[in-house]
Design a protein around this ligand. Sequence first.
Ligand SMILES: NC(=O)c1ccc[n+]([C@@H]2O[C@H](COP(=O)([O-])OP(=O)(O)OC[C@H]3O[C@@H](n4cnc5c(N)ncnc54)[C@H](OP(=O)(O)O)[C@@H]3O)[C@@H](O)[C@H]2O)c1
Length: 346
Amino acid sequence: MSEMMQEIVLASRPSGAPHPENFRLESHALPEPAEGEVLVRVHYMSLDPYMRGRMDDAKSYAAPVPIGGRMEAGGVGEVIASNSPHFAPGDFAFGMFGWASHGCLPAKELRKLDPNQGPITAALGVLGMPGFTGWHGLSAYGRPKAGETLVVAAATGPVGSMVGQLAKQAGLRVVGIAGGAEKCKLAVETFGFDACLDHYAYDDAKSLRKELANACPQGIDIYFENVAGKVLEAVLPLMNSHGRIPICGMISWYNAGALGAGASDNVLTGPNIWRNILVKFLSVNGFIISNHFDRYPEFLKEVGPLVAKGEVRFLEDTAEGLENAPKAFMSMLKGGNKGKQIVKLI
Ligand SMILES: NC(=O)c1ccc[n+]([C@@H]2O[C@H](COP(=O)([O-])OP(=O)(O)OC[C@H]3O[C@@H](n4cnc5c(N)ncnc54)[C@H](OP(=O)(O)O)[C@@H]3O)[C@@H](O)[C@H]2O)c1
């Protein structure tokens, strides 16, 4: 039988946390690249928190995945057929192939990778969208200064670990928040954080805040927002005047749906949040990295050599097989990943 492609489509929209029945594995004939297109066999695909948002039928910065549509994802793989002068079989490339074993895209939507320059998986994590997000968010909105204190949660993930390591190199005190003692150990020992608190060890924001105040004796100048919820509640009253909060993500609220926004009695109310921002002159910047890819070459130029020299370290967590992508994705949303979650397809 000739080679088939497999893909995972959105079978139904989740209400709350996603379940296996929200996904469906399908097989199709391999597409033929049209004029200017390239067919890639995907070796690794990326699983990222933003994909949870795409499963909701809600207005956002990007359209939702339609029911029956392929789940979105970046991937890296080998060109197996090309109808473009820019790619030849045997080349490696990054592209938005989706949750799929193969992808057929216009050559201009692909980025060529050199497998001799390091693992191609780096293009999904440390030198890909998440690492770039950490670098951009920190430099553009965090504006770190030596001697300041930065707090970031999801500290061992690809965004948090990039933020923490770059802030440390810039001379800041860096305090992480992560899920569990093992991740906290990783944050300190592998990524060089000064301290890391386990958010599961605190029942409420008040107790987490007390410990965070001890870990940040000079207050907090930059809170790089990845998770919101209890961590945000703990952090906000500890912010120093003229502090900065790049709002990158709020994963603790993603399963509440885009409109639910995690509204609950445990969360700071709108007036409290806004009063804190006002009276502390905080700079709060939301951003979506897809609007800033003009800075990507600058990021690669600056951070690529740091990764090559081991001065920026990274962790990858690899699930095996496209059919296991939903399970790995559901686990990642709950913190089951240690480092960048990827899926090995072949
Ligand atoms: N704005 C943008 O353009 C952009 C781009 C990329 C990523 N992001 C955002 O950046 C954040 C981190 O992304 P990533 O790719 O680096 O993810 P990641 O750290 O690999 O995975 C998500 C992590 O979130 C943490 N988490 C999940 N639920 C939580 C909760 N209720 N409370 C506290 N922590 C929780 C878990 O870490 P622990 O086990 O350590 O708690 C989990 O491992 C996400 O919010 C993502 O949406 C935004």
